[in-house]
Design a protein around this ligand. Structure first.
Ligand code: ADP
Length: 568
């Protein structure tokens, strides 16, 4: 089977299992992504359940603490309640009129110092750096509802750039921390990283302080009491907030209140998860009242999604890498099998070619010697018969010699007996031997008289004989042939050129391998064993050199044997 067809069949054979493996890998990858997502969801559900359990237990403890609470004045009640309150709740004390005593209702925002910008859109206009400098440098006490989110942020950026004292912004955050919403707190937390350790610590501590009751909640708490129930002396309100309050003397009410903002700041949530307002209506919800529900969600949903995808991609990559390795391995094994098969074919061709090369001159020798033996040959024909007989005998011995040398070369036993020779002598001897077999072919010898080389004359002669005999075989009309010797740096080059058909570029390296022949019509029509050029290269390499061909199809070929110059 021809090589391209064999490789095509191999590719087809490999494609079917490859596609199957790819499909399996893709399915495994998507299953893995789904599994990773399920795991993430399971973690959120487990976290929500744990928080719910903790919240319920903390509320039960809070109720108990309230029941044990001794009546006292507002100023003494507050610290006691602070000590008993759950992490996610705020302390409340209301007066007889239902007015909020603790926490102190937020005072109205102080007016902005003159000349400061309070409008956020205005702040972001034009040159931001200059705006920040004006705000941070010129209005450090500005506390507008609009400004507070942007301020510390802008200020922290300036701190990172080294132009604003970090302590100034730290004290601003300290002062305002209890009124910053969870989102504001988390943005600030992310920005403090580049600050010096002590300042960063102070800011983080300030941001960890419980939230102050937002004004809306304060309003809710002072609303007429509608949805309240009474349980063992405690008034319990369940609505958009959960209040556990205990009536105290003089119409006071004291207790705890849980609301959306306080819940979101609840501890016990792993760093990559957050509590977000609103119900998801699934197992990630943590419910305190039918209206006060928060849920557990990833802090960075996109990152978790990417992580799930990455898990899938990893499986896919492993599958594809395994597949590619298997295909590469199969290709290597297939190439080896092809090579072994080709060598076996070449050897069979070789045996047939050798038999043929021996049989033709042997048949002539036998026929001519029988003629001579019969003795009835006219005297004038006898010299011609004797010449032909000698020629065929030479051909036979040249073939046998070539095979023996090739055998020695193949076994690595080509021994080299070097002696100093004149290059011209080597070439002239080769020409003379060639002329005996091909008196009709012209040869031009070109060698500087002074050029001497250290070579094994028998082996180099054998190489030249092979090259010349190839010229006669494959470039029968391409003479005069030219045999040339010259020095090239540290090497001597011996070459045989013809103006024959030339050799295709793709075959020029291959034909120096044992049994290989150029796969053209001329070679197929010409007898040959494919060992001549491998012998030429073996001789050159045995001398520490190499052999190669320069050839152009339709122009001719030059075979070169390059051997190192001794002592150069
Ligand atoms: P063989 O001649 O027995 O086939 P060789 O090893 O001597 O083996 O040559 C290998 C192949 O190189 C030949 O089959 C032929 O295709 C090509 N070749 C060798 N010499 C010439 C040449 N002078 N011109 C064109 N082709 C050549």
């Amino acid at each position: 089977m021809r090589a391209p067809l064999a490789w095509l069949l191999f590719a087809l054979g490999a494609a079917i299992p490859s596609v199957a493996v790819l499909v399996v890998a893709l399915r495994a990858a998507s299953t893995e992504s789904a599994r990773a997502r399920e795991e993430q969801l399971a973690e959120r559900v487990a976290t929500a359940q744990a928080i719910q359990r903790d919240v319920d237990a903390a509320l039960a403890r809070a109720k108990e603490a309230l029941r044990r609470l001794e009546p006292a004045a507002v100023s003494r009640l507050e610290p006691r309640l602070m000590a008993e309150k759950p992490d996610f709740a705020d302390v409340v004390v209301m007066g007889a009129e239902g007015q909020l005593l603790v926490p102190k209702p937020m005072s109205d925002e102080p007016p902005s110092p003159p000349g400061c910008l309070t409008d956020r859109a205005e702040l972001l206009k034009g040159d931001r750096i200059a705006a920040r400098d004006r705000i941070v440098g010129g209005c450090p006490h500005l506390k507008s509802e609009q400004g507070r989110y942007l301020w510390p942020l802008l200020a922290l950026e300036r701190v990172a750039e080294g132009s604003t004292p970090a302590e100034a912004i730290a004290s601003w955050i300290d002062e305002h921390a209890t009124r910053l919403a969870p989102a504001e707190r988390s943005v600030l937390r992310a920005r403090v990283t580049p600050l010096p350790e002590e300042v960063r610590g102070a800011i983080l501590r300030a941001l960890a302080r419980p939230l102050a009751l937002p004004r809306t909640l304060a309003a809710l708490l002072t609303e007429p009491r509608g949805s309240d129930s009474v349980e063992a002396g405690l008034r319990i309100h369940r609505g958009r907030y959960l209040a556990l309050v205990r009536p105290m003397p003089e119409g006071l009410e004291a207790g705890f209140v849980v609301h959306e903002a306080s819940m979101i700041g609840a501890p016990g949530v792993p760093a990559h998860l957050v509590l977000a307002p609103g119900a998801r209506r699934d197992a990630t919800d943590v419910a305190l009242t039918p209206e006060l529900v928060v849920h557990v969600e990833p802090k960075d949903g996109a990152a978790l999604d990417a992580q799930a995808r990455r898990s899938g991609h990893r499986i896919l990559a492993v599958g594809v890498a395994g597949l590619l390795t298997a295909v590469a391995l199969a290709a290597v094994l297939f190439a080896r099998a092809r090579k072994a098969q080709r060598l076996a074919e070449l050897r069979t061709d070789f045996v047939a070619a050798v038999s043929h090369e021996l049989r033709t001159p042997l048949a002539s020798v036998r026929m001519l010697s029988e003629l001579l033996e019969a003795g009835d040959l006219p005297n004038d024909e006898r010299p011609e018969v004797e010449r032909t007989l000698a020629g065929e005998a030479r051909r036979l011995s040249a073939t046998v010699e070539r095979m023996l040398r090739f055998g020695a070369l193949a076994r690595g036993r080509l021994s080299v007996q070097k002696s100093r020779m004149r290059a011209a002598c080597i070439l002239e001897d080769a020409r003379d031997r060639f002329h005996k077999a091909h008196p009709d072919k012209e040869i031009i010898v070109d060698a500087p008289k002074s050029l001497e080389m250290d070579v094994d004359p028998a082996l180099v002669g054998l190489a030249l004989d092979n090259l010349l005999s190839n010229a006669a075989k494959y470039a029968a009309e391409g003479h005069p042939y030219r045999i040339e010797a010259r020095r090239d740096g540290h090497h001597a080059l011996l070459s045989v050129s013809d103006s024959g058909p030339g050799i295709a570029a793709c075959a020029q390296r291959r034909i120096f391998s044992p049994f290989e022949r150029a796969d053209d019509r001329l070679s197929r029509a010409t007898e040959g064993t494919g060992v001549g050029l491998s012998l030429v290269r073996g001789v050159a390499r045995a001398h520490g050199g190499d052999a190669f061909v320069k050839s152009t199809v339709g122009v001719g070929s030059t075979f070169v044997v390059r051997v190192p110059m001794e002592g150069s």
